[in-house]
Design a protein around this ligand. Structure first.
Ligand code: FES
Length: 101
């Protein structure tokens, strides 16, 4: 079972392979913006994946298209509502602001 580490707080939580990054972050008690219900529409769940990027599900078109509209996107960017856990541990960095707006 992969362990998710959430920065900058350093909180960790166990995640089920195939579950959403967004759900694990919420389950860990961290704040993350999710205004579209996880439909890759609001961009509020944008974060950086610092470790374990290859373990996450591949980016699909809706996520890619939304990320294209967000300022500050980099090679580590993912939308937490679209990324699913694989087998390996993942470390993410929450951005602490509504980067999708
Ligand atoms: S929750 Fe809206 S884009 Fe992820």
């Amino acid at each position: 079972m992969p362990t998710l580490t959430i920065m900058p707080s350093g909180k960790t939580i166990q995640a089920e392979p195939g579950s959403r990054l967004l759900d694990a972050i919420i389950a860990a008690g961290e704040k993350i913006v999710s205004k579209c219900g996880g439909e890759a529409q609001c961009g509020g769940c944008h974060l950086f994946v610092q470790q374990g990027r290859k373990s996450l599900s591949k980016m699909q078109r809706a996520e890619n298209d939304k990320l294209d509209t967000i300022v500050g996107v980099g090679s580590k960017s993912r939308l937490a509502c679209q990324a699913l856990f694989g087998a390996d541990d993942v470390t993410v960095e929450l951005l602490g602001f509504d980067s999708g707006f």
